[in-house]
Design a protein around this ligand. Sequence first.
Ligand code: TYD
Ligand code: MG
Length: 463
Amino acid sequence: MARSDSHFVCQECGHSALAWSGRCPGCGEWNTLVEAKRSAAPGSRGGGATRSRAAAPRPVSLREVKPPKANRLLTGIAELDRVLGGGLVPGSVVLLGGSPGIGKSTLTGMALGNLSARGAKVLYVSGEESAAQVRLRAERLGDDSLSVPVLAETSVGAVLAALEAERPGVCVIDSVQTLHSEGMTGAPGSVGQVREAAGAITEVGKRLGTAVVLVGHVTKDGSVAGPRVLEHLVDCVLLFDGERERSFRTLRALKNRFGATSEVGVFEMRSGGLVEVEDPSARFVGEASDAPGSCVLCAMEGTRPLLVEVQALVAPTEIVPPRRVATGIDRNRLAMVIAVLARHGGPSLAAADVFVNVAGGVRVDEPGADLAVALALASAHRGRTLAGPDGRPLACFGEVGLTGELRFVAHPERRVAEALKFGLRPVAGPEAGERIDGMAAHRTLRSALGATAAAPRQAVQAA
Ligand code: TYD
Ligand code: MG
């Protein structure tokens, strides 16, 4: 009997197994194995054999490798260019992930419009929407976007042919999950299809020097749907994030072969498309209140300081265990801060539901947020505002250690300078090597608590 050509592929990690099992042997996830069939199309097995017979390739010394031309393609969207590390690199592949409705098509449509206005050859491949629908969006984005050539196509073969014929400088595939390859069975969006499609397009893009932007959906937990192998394949993974109901969007690089991964771009969705928010701190500080449970965190987003409002609510409860809800910060760090508060000079929140939120839908993933969370919680618990006598919110930053000490975090002077720009002083934070003007340094959480929430307002002023 002929050997079956079917195998089972994990939708999470791309692991391939001959038999189905409830748990993927590769990544340990449950219920992720899906049957995939490879049809015996010419080229599937034969292609591999031809390749193995080809002459052995010669490794080249790095000195002989031609350095890539540094002519990056500027998308004209400054925040996007910054996150990319200074624009698109010709021949590179960028994966742009984000949940539906977040604005991926809008962002890429605007970028292509700008590029085309600057004389670059572009191509927008839409697998999700018809050309008419793409036009409707472009009408909202302005004249430049209307000049972008669009191809409503879901067949990989056709897309590849169009790439070869048109040879665009930049091509957007919206989205990679809608593409299907004729040589593969399996629904579009399945691991095999996505991997095959992305692989083929990457290869052609690299050969033609086309910068390819693959738009991809993300799953509930924030990873790009489809195989993780896709993240290895591409040069750059960008995540477009934010809450759909709110207008703020953040764009960050999870991986970037041509730049730093720490940069973050902030956008706002308006009626005419996405608008870059050049001074996000101003927006977030403007929204901060002098209510109990609110303070301003001096965070660092990459190389840029960013002020965000941290809000806490403490509500007595009889539920055991009480609820701990964190939006925008890490849940485990919240649990840690609650525990340290109880032991080192703060309130015990064992019988209270705790909610902590970073306002504006921003995510802050750094230990430097601990102090802001601790102070906001203490303030919410006591019902006493952290704001100064002038009503300006308290600004702070710092990592809280398990023994109640305040720990140094990177770039204290930049964080303080950003807060001073908005007249927030003094900034509570950990002791740095040297004295920083406008900063009230504390060695312990207890001392920071004493100087702010617990003490009368004069103490804040005096510090
Ligand atoms: P879209 O870019 O289609 O999202 P995605 O491709 O990530 O699924 O747009 C998302 C939302 O943005 C959509 O609900 C409509 C809204 N929007 C605006 O508010 N203003 C605009 O100018 C445009 C084009 C869209
Ligand atoms: Mg879209």
